[in-house]
Design a protein around this ligand. Structure first.
Ligand code: NDP
Length: 474
């Protein structure tokens, strides 16, 4: 029987292409999927060393592997991952490693690591970014787990990852669920940036009456400037693509209901749980949910009508470009705030510069601005946010007025810009000297005796609202 160096379970787009990538590195890869035929199709043409061996079931996959064994999972998050681990773990032995390279809630990853450790099996929770193409040609890999498990699989994972300036875009970012947490934040940033680009498209379409292909041309030009990012590049290509059936721009015949696989919601939940105002992520997740409520949208449009857009002023397209560039930087800054908070909460010791380095290649959110994040000193307690890092902000700071003009025009014209407007409010709130939170505290104290602190005296206070309204220290 062939002795394979690594096993892969789950052979849809990610598992199939990652198996090909592993085989290209000269490894023999044993593969299994419960869908009959996926492994056979993958294996044909890949026999021998550096080949792909189709296995009919988990038992034959494990039997095909050299010891200590390493098995990579690329199956749906949640119950499917648990089911695959339940099938594999009893067949494995102490010193073997399972790498969950799918998306996962980081809490699940920590529970799985503990359960497998009791059997002596090592577990790595690795966030993998890059989609279909990345999996084949070199993804970005954010791993979490113990050092011993990492040392055992590091050469293999570095071998298949993308490289920038010769450095692998692959790292052990921290212990336990840290890798999957970082991947969750990555997906949150992805949600926010995709929504910003979509809002920019909508603004140009409604404001200037531009066609999809012409907006695609504009995005391609912007992509050659400081906005250089993979997500803008794919947006430009998608907007310029013609539908073969109708000859119309493809985007004009796609139903306007955005889907999701839940990772943006996980990111928003993590932000809420940690008390991090990652508003761009949450608004982007809500925007997808809203788009999918077709019947409600139609009935509300019929009931309320919609305002007629004004025509925007001179230079609107350049204003939208500058707004997009500024807002995108704020969206990444919120993501890194979330990483900091997760790291502090769980004691992971995450290093933002090394995470930014891993995201520079192969990754869906790769963008030129990551170079500035690699250089930014965001561990310095005096520099608690990327928004206070002058080199990070310098290229966009002059675009603030443009961003305000764009949001103002959109609000007056009834064009929804949830992420453009919430990110602007976020920046404004952060630099407001006195927020109306003082009134929130008074309200809470009024109805719930929740107490408040004063600006002039230390301690917690309560006003006796329902009696003589005197104040007492509590
Ligand atoms: P899917 O998650 O859609 O499917 C993975 C494959 O695993 C399917 O063939 C599925 O079969 C199979 N499978 C499910 N349960 C089992 C089981 N118990 N035993 C064996 N095989 C099983 O595929 P993707 O390639 O899109 O994603 C894989 C993982 O990577 C997911 O966790 C996803 O979130 C993550 N990911 C995906 C990206 C993408 O761009 N697609 C990008 C980054 C990460 P069946 O169809 O019968 O369920």
């Amino acid at each position: 029987m062939t002795t394979a160096q690594v096993g892969v379970v789950g052979l849809a787009v990610m598992g199939g292409n990652l198996s090909r990538n592993l085989a290209r590195q000269g490894l023999t890869v044993a593969v299994y999927d419960r869908v009959q035929g996926l492994g056979r199709d993958l294996a044909s043409g890949h026999e021998g060393v550096g080949g792909i061996v189709d296995c009919a079931n988990p038992e034959s996959l494990i039997a095909a592997l050299a010891r200590p064994r390493a098995v990579i999972l690329l199956v749906p998050a949640g119950r499917a991952t648990d089911a695959v681990i339940r099938d594999l773990a009893p067949l494995m032995e102490a010193g073997d490693t399972i790498i969950d390279a799918g998306n996962a809630r980081f809490e699940d990853t920590e529970n799985r690591e503990k359960a497998l450790a009791a059997m002596g099996i090592r577990f790595i929770g690795a966030g993998v970014s890059g989609g279909e193409e990345g999996a084949l040609h070199g993804p970005s890999i954010m791993a979490g787990g113990g050092q011993g498990a990492w040392d055992a699989v590091r050469p293999m994972l570095e071998g298949i990852s993308a490289r920038v300036d010769g450095e692998p875009c692959c790292a052990l970012v921290g212990p336990g669920g840290a890798g999957h947490f970082v991947k969750t934040v990555h997906n949150g940033i992805e949600y926010a940036v995709l929504q910003l680009i979509a809002e920019a498209y909508h603004l140009l379409r409604e404001g200037l009456g531009e066609t999809a292909p012409r907006i695609g041309e504009a995005f391609a030009d912007w992509n050659a400037s400081g906005l250089d990012s993979y997500l803008l590049e794919v947006s430009a290509e998608a907007l310029r693509h013609e539908d073969a059936r109708t000859g119309r721009p493809l985007v004009d015949v796609i139903l306007d209901e955005a889907g999701n696989k839940g990772t943006g919601v996980w990111a928003a939940q993590a932000a809420l749980g940690l008390g991090v105002p990652a508003t761009g992520v949450a608004e982007a997740a809500f925007a997808r949910a809203l788009s999918a409520r077709r019947e409600q949208r139609e009935s509300i449009r019929a009931a309320l009508g919609s305002p007629e857009p004004d025509s925007p002023g001179e230079g609107f397209q350049e204003d939208v470009r500058q707004a997009l560039e500024f807002a995108t930087r704020v969206a990444y800054a919120q993501g890194f705030d979330l990483i900091h908070a997760g790291s502090d909460e769980h004691g992971w010791g995450l290093d933002c510069a090394s995470i930014a380095r891993v995201w520079r290649g192969g990754c869906i959110i790769r963008a030129r601005l990551l170079d500035a994040i690699v250089e930014a000193n965001i561990h310095d307690p005096g520099t608690p946010s990327l928004l206070t890092d002058p080199p990070y902000m310098a290229p966009v700071i002059a675009g603030e007025a443009a961003w305000r003009r764009v949001v103002s025009w959109a609000v007056l014209s009834g064009i929804p810009v949830p992420v453009f407007s919430s990110l602007l409010s976020y920046v404004d709130a952060l630099r407001t000297e006195r927020l109306p939170a003082a009134l929130i505290q008074a309200q809470r104290d009024f109805f719930g005796a929740h107490t408040y602190r004063r600006i002039d005296v230390d301690g917690a206070f309560h006003t006796l609202w329902s009696s003589d309204r005197s104040e007492k220290e509590v």
